[in-house]
Design a protein around this ligand. Structure first.
Ligand SMILES: [Zn+2]
Length: 78
């Protein structure tokens, strides 16, 4: 899924499975859990495989049912 050269530096993007990663979609936030993301071993840049972004798109546009919902705190800073 990963293991290619970083687009920002000379490092290698390596796969790392993280407990949870938040994605900002135009239709709202989606959190994926136990998800294999790519992290550059030099600059730390995070990359997401197309299959992850497809899942986020499906959840955000309600074409796929999420396992559960979480409330997100909102504060108006003004
Ligand atoms: Zn890098």
């Amino acid at each position: 899924m990963y293991g290619y050269k970083c687009e920002y530096c000379d490092g290698i993007v390596r796969q790392r499975t993280v407990e949870r990663e938040a994605f900002k979609h135009r239709a709202g936030f989606v959190i994926l859990e136990n998800v294999p993301i790519g992290v550059c071993d030099t600059c730390g840049n995070r990359c997401y495989h197309a299959s992850l972004l497809r899942r986020v798109e499906e959840i955000a546009t309600r074409r796929r049912i999420p396992e559960r919902m979480e409330m997100v705190p909102v504060s108006v800073f003004a």
